[in-house]
Design a protein around this ligand. Structure first.
Ligand SMILES: [Zn+2]
Length: 51
């Protein structure tokens, strides 16, 4: 299974793992905005990784 991870470089923490098949980058960006608003508000660098 191809996966993508949402990772915060400031918290140095993996915020979630998603199946690439079902989650486009646009969808993941929505998830970042909605679920990880705290990191975004604090100006953290939240990125999408393909490990
Ligand atoms: Zn963070």
């Amino acid at each position: 299974m191809e996966i993508k991870e949402i990772y915060c470089s400031n918290c140095k923490k993996k915020l979630g793992t998603y199946n690439e098949k079902y989650f486009s980058d646009a969808r993941l960006n929505e998830i970042i905005v909605h679920n990880h608003a705290k990191c975004i508000r604090e100006g953290h660098d939240v990125i999408i990784l393909r490990p």
